[in-house]
Ligand binder design. Structure first.
Ligand code: ACO
Length: 356
């Protein structure tokens, strides 16, 4: 008998409470709606109210995903949480959400694969199901990026439209130093319930995953780590080393070369062709990256989905959000071949194929 594949049984997502248009960011640093749209495709993103954490967003999305899957919290036997913005340095968010949802003492695993967290997590979930170690998994990808933003409380109030003051030039200049990164990210969470498929022809078909640690410094947070004593310091904050460093061009080049490569690889492994893909859902880091990947793969617009315009880059949450939107809008139909692909800090990259 063919071994059961893993299927997505239900999904949902939530975003931060505040919708922030590009123009709001130009009030606190030297940027413009035109620059952000042209370079990234982003028109707006969502920020949480201060105090709303990654685990809280994950919890909210999970409640809705459980409802969607018609699965009760008591049925969940494994939790996987992917994030690069956990509530605390340790522990991760998995056990926090486990307790908030009242899941009992089931295993709660945290993953640190940044923008590829979703693909890596999906493979772990699939492996657990196929090994018979879990039957109802809750998989969450969530981020609160606003904690990284080196902004004063006053700057945040201006962005949210609750203050009409102007920032002093010195503070504006400080914010401008980080503008290539701060304009890209948003806060959100996606959640999925996974389990074995009844029909062996449906579900996750295969994965291709890779890592390359030789370029860590192209995309990383240079402070708040045990490479330093103490691991976080006032000097580091003054130097802005708690904010992610990104060599945008290197990341861009890696993404446009590695993502098409890994999509072709996963197709080869599953004995299908790129032409067979009904819908490509790639990580949403930059619309220009995804357009280049689409061109390289020769896929028409009808077979690619992007929503970075509305959410910005939400790291581990991008693919589950896009999947949920496509499912609800009828863009995904039973029997469709879906491909998920992503690349992010580490570097880690990968692709997965799934028959809906
Ligand atoms: N507003 C206005 N001007 C800006 C901004 C901004 N927000 N950011 C940078 N600029 C300026 C720069 O200072 C530079 O000015 P200069 O020519 O006077 O020096 C000019 O715009 C061009 O800057 P570049 O960095 O060369 O711009 P580029 O075309 O490379 O676009 C971007 C930058 C959007 C970041 C792009 O490189 C990119 O998207 N890279 C990939 C990002 C990504 O995928 N990140 C990974 C996700 S995160 C994760 O995995 C954890």
């Amino acid at each position: 008998m063919a071994q059961a594949h893993t299927r997505i049984l239900g999904t949902s997502f939530v975003v931060g409470e505040h919708c922030v248009k590009n123009d709001a960011l130009s009030k606190i640093c030297d940027t413009s709606d035109e620059w952000i749209r042209e370079r990234s495709g982003i028109e707006q993103r969502y920020y949480v109210e201060e105090g709303v954490s990654t685990s809280e967003l994950g919890f909210r999305a999970s409640q809705k995903a459980l409802e969607d899957a018609k699965v009760s919290p008591q049925e969940i036997d494994y939790l996987v949480f992917a994030t690069m913005t956990p509530d605390y340095f340790f522990p991760g968010c998995g056990s926090i959400v486990q307790a908030k949802l009242g899941l009992g003492n089931i295993p709660a695993l945290d993953l640190r694969q940044q923008c590829t967290g979703f693909i890596y997590g999906l493979q772990i979930c699939d492996a657990l199901v196929r090994a018979g170690m879990a039957r109802r998994l809750l998989f969450i990808g969530a981020e609160v990026h606003t904690g990284f933003m080196p902004w004063s409380k006053k700057a945040v109030e201006i962005i949210l439209g609750r203050s009409h003051e102007e920032l002093p030039k010195e503070e504006r200049d400080w914010n401008t130093k980080f503008r290539d990164r701060t304009v890209l990210f948003g806060d959100a969470a996606g959640a999925m319930v996974l389990g074995p498929a009844d029909d062996p022809s449906r579900g996750l078909l295969g994965f291709a995953l890779h890592s390359d640690g030789s370029k860590v410094e192209s995309l990383y947070v240079p402070s708040a780590g045990m490479a330093y004593r103490p691991y976080v310091s006032e000097v580091h904050c003054r130097e802005g080393r708690h904010v992610p460093v990104m060599d945008g061009r290197t990341v861009f080049k890696m993404a446009v070369s590695k993502m098409p490569e890994v999509v072709r690889e996963v197709c080869r492994l599953a004995a299908v062709t790129v032409e067979d893909i009904d819908l490509l859902i790639a990580h949403q880091a930059n619309l220009r990256i995804n357009e280049a990947v689409q061109r390289s793969l020769g896929l028409p617009d009808s077979r690619v989905y992007n929503n970075i315009q509305r959410y910005g880059n939400t790291t581990a949450a991008t693919i589950p959000i896009a999947y949920d939107e496509c499912k609800r809008s009828g863009r995904i139909k039973p029997g469709d071949l879906l491909c998920f692909a992503g690349l992010g800090a580490g570097f880690h990259w990968g692709a997965a194929l799934m028959r809906e």
